[in-house]
Each structure stands twice: as C-alpha cells, then as structure tokens.
Ligand binder design. Structure first.
Ligand SMILES: *[C@@H]1O[C@H](CO)[C@@H](O)[C@H](O)[C@H]1NC(C)=O
Ligand SMILES: [Cu+2]
Length: 230
C-alpha cells in the first residue's frame, strides 16, 4: 500500500509495474529538461539582450524547434506503445481467477481449483485488529501463487467498477455484460492492496481489493484447506 503522504508510485511487485515505473522516469526526464529550458529562456528574455525587434524569420532555429520536438515525441511514443502491447498480452497462465464487481464488494472464483468462490467485503473499522489498514482490509483475501502468471477475468454484476492493484500494475474496468481479461505476475510474496477505481455508487470507497501472494506450495495447501472447508 502507499504510505501516508507518499509522492510517486508504490514499489513494483510485478515485472509490468517495473516497466511502467521505468517509463514514468523516462517521460519525467523530458518533462524536467523542457521545463528547465523554457524557464531559462523566459528568464533570459526579461533582459532585452536576446530579443531583436527587426528579425522576421530564422530558418535555422525554426528547423531545430520543429525537428527536436518531433524526435522527443518519438522517444516517448515508442516505449509507450511497447508497454501498451506488452500489457495486452496474456501468456499461458498458471491459473485463471474470475472477479465480479458488485455494489459494493468483489467476488472471486477459482475455476481451476474446484470452482472455489467467495465474496470479499471490506472489514469495518470497528472490527479491525491492531496492524490492519483502515478501509483497505477485506474479510477474504484473493490468494495467488508467486512467480506464476495469473489471468484475471473481470466483469460486473451491476454497474461499472474497476479492479485495480497499483503495486502489481493491474487495472481493468469491470463492465456489466462484458468479460475482459488482464494478467499479472507477483514476483515476491506479499500482501498488495488496491481499491475499486471506477465510481460505482455510495460505497465506492468501501470495496477494497487485497491480493495475497504466497509461494506455490503454500498456495496449493491453501486451496486444499479451502476445499475441505467447502
Ligand atoms: C478490455 O480491456 C481493454 C483494455 O482496457 C479495452 O481496450 C477493451 O475495450 C476491453 N474489452 C471489453 C469487451 O470491455
Ligand atoms: Cu466499485
């Protein structure tokens, strides 16, 4: 989760999020270079030394300020497209999980694991135990194995929702009547928090997402326990 008054992104927990962070830094480099340059030019123009009231055109500088921005835009667009298509790719996945948005909770289904399914409601503030995060904990976490491709099938039972976990670089709109897919790979064990990211009604802020990534052996144990409880 983000820590209080955090600036910037959460640490990446999936290869895709790592790519996104790199791209963000790459784009910010141009932003800072251009802002600094423009500020410098504006400040220097306060003195009249750099201006000339009889200049009508200047071929040389016009070529530079046309070609250079075009080059910069290309250097931003190409990596951006690369990540866009990378995020669209759903490789052979180890397991699929179907998540449905509801007003106002998420429900999960594991078709590869005996159709195990459960709802995940936010833990009320009065039920929190010490160390829990207010408005972020749920009663049933979505458990996944680490270092495995997980395919999420996302849809909604009622209105638009969006299933998003920032640290995993995942965000997929849940549209009623439509099924969409996205994928992530958690590279290390951990508990990752997210929230519904499409305004969906009165309790939109109270349907958080908790992904618990554990090693595959522990995941298999977890799924066996769930089946016994069933
Ligand atoms: C699925 O998600 C992608 C990417 O967000 C989007 O372009 C596409 O329209 C969605 N498909 C459906 C059926 O909603
Ligand atoms: Cu929602």
């Amino acid at each position: 989760m983000a820590h209080p008054s955090q600036l910037g992104f959460q640490d990446a927990a999936s290869p895709l999020m790592e790519e996104l962070l790199h791209f963000h830094d790459h784009a910010m480099m141009f932003v800072f270079l251009i802002s600094t340059f423009v500020l410098y030019v504006m400040v220097s123009m306060i003195s009249t030394k750099l201006t000339d009231k009889i200049t009508l055109d200047s071929q040389g500088i016009e070529i530079i300020w046309t070609v250079l921005p075009a080059l910069i835009l290309t250097f931003i667009a190409l990596p951006s497209l690369r990540i866009l298509y990378l995020m669209d790719e759903v490789n052979d996945s180890y397991l699929s999980i179907k998540v449905m948005g509801h007003q106002w909770y998420w429900s999960y289904e594991y078709p590869d694991y005996n159709n195990h399914c459960f709802d995940a409601y936010m833990t009320q503030t009065s039920d929190l135990v010490s160390g829990d995060f207010r408005l972020l904990e749920v009663d049933n976490r979505m458990v996944v194995p680490t270092e495995s491709h997980v395919r999420m099938l996302v849809s909604s039972e009622d209105v638009l929702h969006s299933w998003a976990v920032p640290a995993l670089g995942t965000k997929m709109d849940a549209v009623p009547g439509r099924l969409n897919q996205t994928t992530f790979t958690a590279c290390r064990p951990g508990v990752y928090y997210g929230q519904c990211s499409e305004i969906c009604g009165a309790n939109h802020s109270f349907m958080p997402i908790v992904v618990e990534a554990i090693p595959l052996v522990n995941f298999e144990l977890w799924s066996m326990q769930q089946n016994e409880a069933w």
